[in-house]
Design a binder for this molecule. Structure first.
Ligand code: ATP
Ligand code: MN
Length: 470
């Protein structure tokens, strides 16, 4: 037990007469003619600030007031009193106060309120001290806890899949290469020889070309096909050059994989999962969500309530394309059967047509991955994407192809070499079972639940093309 109290606990349980020991950062200071001062203090444990009242009689009052300003860290001991002021139940009358660290107002970047999120991204080391980014951090934490709670309570095993992978074909072009080869030396050699240098990956660290994982799914399937229900939850990397408000180069993905699940079971799990996580955050972070609703996205709480209280609409890709074609809307990317849906199409369906989340199934096989189960029509696969208002795709998943021969054909059709996937194919050779799974992006979930516009503000230190500071 620490000898001091977190502000969340004081604000919740503090009773008049109680002595409290507070440590935190000053958000604002208001002085009243050298007689007393109000300090609004925050320690990150909750959205609210604790109001401290420092009387002029407090030892070293004048010197302390000179040192204390926005951003300073302090340690105060005082007595809880009922607050006569509006906006807070209690306040603390300080008996003793000391400064742990000053923050020079001439240089401290977070002086005034209302900095833009772009500005705050340049101050990623300090931005967690702001109302909004502090609230994002608490909501993100609550989401992660709820994710584990959901799967653990249903008996799923948490499995760790590797971050470094050598199956370079899936998501080729999106793979960050991992190498210990000396690139500078190769460049020098090329210059000496006047021609491109043949790179021998046999000499590289793993003896073959390696990269950072784009998904733990294939490895996850091996565990599902032994243990039943599993999930992975970890960092995922994609070197795609998409500068959007919904893409990061490094993000976190939750990937459940279930033996004996067919597409309907998969869809039901995905829907239950999204609703469970939203309900958990509504319950755990009401103050943070109230702030987001008031200051960031005025439709937030209504849209979250709407999501948890209705069944997700289910329809096929073909039906969705039909709706889009008949919408009379001119889209930036015209839609036609066979094309991948863009964010604008996904948002039209969820925000305007259905006004709630939809699960689209049975996409054209040409635009989906080789491992998705082929339908008998020869044209579509058992894919499912969960689309939500404001974001678009939040989950991508499928029933997996469990038939050996069909899978080999699909690999060839997708220009992949089945030899590279020998271990993945063996799951279909020995005791194959129907199975399904999906991937949910953590940061898009944070975006959905906070209403934050840009995914870069939904992870502490975002990595995007040309940007990996801090
Ligand atoms: P999109 O079409 O939106 O780029 P995707 O189809 O490439 O996504 P999947 O491979 O299906 O994505 O990944 C599963 C989930 O992971 C997505 O539904 C999304 O929530 C998340 N995700 C995918 N790529 C990114 C990214 N670059 N940044 C953040 N989250 C991502
Ligand atoms: Mn997808």
């Amino acid at each position: 037990m620490s000898s001091f109290s977190r502000i969340a606990v004081i604000l919740r349980d503090g009773q008049p007469g109680q002595t409290v020991d507070v440590r935190g950062w000053v958000r604002t200071k208001r002085e009243s003619k050298g007689e007393f001062a109000f300090l609004e203090v925050n320690d990150g444990s909750c959205f609210g600030n604790l109001q401290l009242i420092v009387d002029g009689n407090v030892p070293d009052y004048a010197a302390l007031m000179k040192e204390i300003g926005t951003g300073a860290s302090i340690h105060a001991v005082g007595e809880v009193k009922e607050s006569p002021g509006k906006g807070q139940r209690i306040e603390v009358h300080v008996r003793s106060l000391r400064v742990l660290g000053t923050a020079d107002p001439a240089t401290y970047p977070l002086q005034k309120k209302g900095h833009s999120f772009e500005f705050l991204r340049e101050k990623a080391h300090l931005r967690a001290r702001t109302n909004s980014l502090g609230a994002v951090a608490r909501v993100r934490n609550a989401i992660c806890f709820a994710i584990h709670e959901f799967y653990q309570s249903r008996g799923f095993l948490y499995v760790h899949t590797p971050v470094i992978t050598t199956s370079d074909c899936e998501g080729a072009g999106q793979l960050f290469q991992v190498t210990t080869l000396d690139l500078a030396r190769l460049a020098a050699l090329k210059q000496e020889q006047g021609k491109p240098v043949e790179i021998d990956y046999g000499q590289d660290f793993f003896g073959k070309k390696a990269g950072l994982t784009v998904s733990g799914q294939l490895e996850g399937e091996t565990y599902a096909c032994a243990l039943g229900d599993i999930y992975t939850f970890g960092p995922t990397f994609r070197a795609e050059n998409s500068n959007t408000t919904r893409h990061l180069s490094e993000f976190w993905m939750v990937e459940p994989e279930m033996a004996f699940y067919e597409l309907d079971d998969n869809m039901q799990l995905a829907e239950d999962f999204v609703k469970f996580v939203i309900r958990a955050v509504l319950e755990k972070c009401p103050d943070d969500l109230k702030f987001f609703n008031e200051r960031i996205e005025p439709t937030l709480l209504a849209s979250l309530e709407n999501i948890v209280s209705h069944e997700f609409i289910r329809l096929t890709y073909t039906e969705a394309v039909d709706i889009l074609e008949k919408s009379g809307r001119t889209f930036e990317y015209p839609i036609a059967w066979g094309k991948d849906l863009q964010s604008e199409h996904e948002r039209y369906l969820t925000e305007e047509h259905f006004k709630q989340p939809v699960i689209l199934t049975d996409y054209p096989r040409a635009i989906k991955s080789f491992y998705m189960r082929c339908n008998a029509d020869g044209k579509t696969v058992r894919a499912m994407d969960v689309l939500v208002p404001r974001i678009g795709e939040i989950i991508g998943g499928s029933q997996r192809e469990e038939r050996y021969d069909v899978l080999v054909d699909r690999m060839r059709e997708s220009h992949l070499n089945p030899d590279d996937y020998w271990w993945y194919l063996e799951l279909r050779k020995y005791g194959t079972v129907p199975h399904s799974g999906f991937g949910l992006g953590l940061e898009r979930t944070v975006q959905l639940i906070t209403g934050m516009q840009n995914i870069r503000d939904c992870i502490p230190f975002p990595r995007t093309p040309k940007s990996a500071d801090f």
